[in-house]
Design a protein around this ligand. Sequence first.
Ligand SMILES: [Zn+2]
Ligand SMILES: [Zn+2]
Length: 261
Amino acid sequence: MTYGTDYHLHTVYSDGKREPEAYIEAALSLKLKEIGFSDHLNPSGGDLKWCMDHEKLPEYAEHILRLKREHKDIAVRLGLEVDYLPGREKETERIINSLPFDYIIGSVHYLGDETVDLGPEFYLGKDIDEIYENYFNLVCEAASTGFFDIMGHPDLVRIHRFRPEADITHLYGMMASAFAIHDVAFELNTNGRNKPLHDFYPDRKYLHLFAEQGVPVCVNSDGHFPERTGQYFSEAYDLLKRAGYREMAVFSGRERYMIPF
Ligand SMILES: [Zn+2]
Ligand SMILES: [Zn+2]
């Protein structure tokens, strides 16, 4: 049986719907071995509709660390999903070093001042090929900062089904190389299935490129409700196996360990 982990979950500390305890219950019923919390945080302190207020960060960490101590039946991990914002490196560094995190998920939601995921409006009247190129470049730049352990939903620009005209295999090749060079893992994020995209991130067609470069991977739900914990995971692990993966990344104290499927 697969050593099940889900490291990407959102609780009431950001835009998730329930307290952390409810997700642990869900994870226990799925017999997951590890569960990690990764509420949203914008280093600039903005976006309080979906991100944690910086002042809440110590309370969030204390809550998760208490659950970690209390649970002997499942490993509880303290994570955070941090926006990569060029120009905000100082704040980012301070935040990720301020608490004993097990891992940091680095995500690109912003291109310039606009978010790529909130609605399809962002894409209207724009050059989609250029958007893809800019997005992939920014994710690669994020990977190079050393701030992040896991790159979140690496091709989130697919969310609203606007497709580039050009063949973009080289963008995935570039991303896999950047992740390998900078020694970061990425997630196979199953939440895209619940979005207009109706599929996982990144595109299953290119998973083998990441496997060939030996980029460590983990499977995450990005759940905002306890019911989404571990959602579609057996399909995700099957996909990874078919792409050539034989092991997955787990994290503790920002150290990465590999576990066979
Ligand atoms: Zn995200
Ligand atoms: Zn998320």
